[in-house]
Design a protein around this ligand. Structure first.
Ligand code: KG4
Ligand code: ZN
Length: 344
């Protein structure tokens, strides 16, 4: 059973072939970073147009490279949401069209489920049930994953996502888009407690997050420090590190709270911010004291890619959750609306 996976929800075009029992056969990833960098963020219309240019040639090349024809496939999986509507429509129409032409099912995959299950591409993979900390550019949530496809959102951000906070703070510090990795790199040369930034919502019960106040605190600190002279390199690094530490402390504290609440012994970290090394180290250090083990996808499977979509698509296909032939593109789509997978 081989599934072709297509990811076009934002600014990466991802294509991959995943085979049940053997794993990943081939994958291609094209990043639109150079297109959006001059604008300091993703320009949705440019993203859609570039997916149109890149997607079909990438599908052809991936199939050709692995000597696999469309008729050898069991299905075509695509990210159907959440994401940018125009970008999603490109992947959805191509996938539904190919599946129709090849006479095989298409599978509409939830982007966050694909992130969350990406950890199953690793060896060893975690066992269910687990807590998932999903931290990306658009989402920050803690999810109770009792079984494949059975998701209960325990808490989420009330305003900015963690990745968005990284990106906006990076912009304030004059770093290029995409800000998260650049900010982490600058932070690696800074000190964590030079600036006393807030750890939002830590004193309140519950598992929701809020990062907009932290962003404002950084903005005020930058303004204050730059009032009389331009920010020097070490001050910028200290601001970056103090900010990163505040985000990490908040994410770690809430993730541990979720572990304590459920008594689960496994924490899975997924999404682009899951590639952050300080976050990984802090979670690793803390989880043991709460009786939990932490699992991550490798960093390139934390950020958007086609492999996670092909893989999640195979799981949904096995559970019989295939699309009815209609193009599905849902900019907003709650994770806990998904049906549980009983037949995997
Ligand atoms: O999951 P992802 O690739 O796309 C979305 O679905 O949003 O996540 C992208 C986000 C961006 O905000 C990016 O700045 C952030 O993940 N990110 C990082 C790191 N690598 C990517 N944030 C902090 N540290 C990193 N190393
Ligand atoms: Zn993503």
């Amino acid at each position: 059973m081989i599934v072709l996976g297509i990811e076009t929800s934002c600014d990466e075009t991802g294509v991959a072939l995943y085979k049940a029992g053997s794993g990943l056969l081939a994958q291609r990833l094209y990043s639109q970073i150079p297109i959006h960098a001059p604008y300091g963020g993703v320009v949705p219309e440019l993203a859609s147009r570039d997916h149109i240019r890149k997607l079909l040639p990438m599908v052809e090349a991936t199939l050709e490279e692995s000597g696999i024809g469309g008729k050898d496939l069991a299905g075509v999986a695509y990210t159907a949401g959440p994401g940018l509507i125009g970008a999603l429509l490109v992947g959805a129409t191509v996938a539904e069209g190919l599946a129709f032409g090849w006479g095989i099912p298409a599978i509409a995959v939830h982007h966050m489920e694909a992130h969350l299950l990406a950890v199953m591409l690793e060896d060893p993979a975690p066992r269910f049930p687990f807590i998932a900390l999903l931290v990306s550019g658009g989402h920050t949530m803690l999810v109770d994953v009792s079984a494949p496809g059975a998701y209960r959102v325990l808490g989420q951000t009330l305003d900015d996502a963690a990745g968005e906070a990284f990106d906006k703070t990076a912009k304030l510090l004059g770093l290029p888009y995409p800000g998260g990795p650049a900010l982490a790199e600058l932070a690696s040369r800074g000190r964590p407690d030079v600036f006393d930034f807030p750890r939002p919502m830590l004193k309140r019960p519950g598992l929701d997050f809020s990062f907009s106040g932290l962003k404002t605190a950084v903005m005020l600190a930058v303004r204050h420090a730059a009032a009389h002279q331009p920010l020097d390199e070490s001050t910028r690094a200290d601001i970056a590190k103090s900010f990163e530490q505040a985000v990490v402390d908040t994410l770690v504290a809430k993730a541990m709270r979720a572990i304590d609440m459920t008594g689960y012994g496994v924490l899975v970290v997924a999404g682009g911010v899951g590639a952050n090394q300080s976050l990984r180290a802090a979670l690793q250090a803390k989880a043991g004291t709460h009786g939990a083990e932490v699992f991550y996808p490798r960093p390139e499977f934390c950020t958007d890619n086609g492999a996670m979509v092909a893989h999640a698509g195979l799981w949904r296909l096995r559970a019989g959750h295939v699309s009815s032939g209609q193009v599905i593109a849902r900019p907003r789509w709650e994770l806990d609306e998904l049906p549980a997978m009983t037949a995997v």
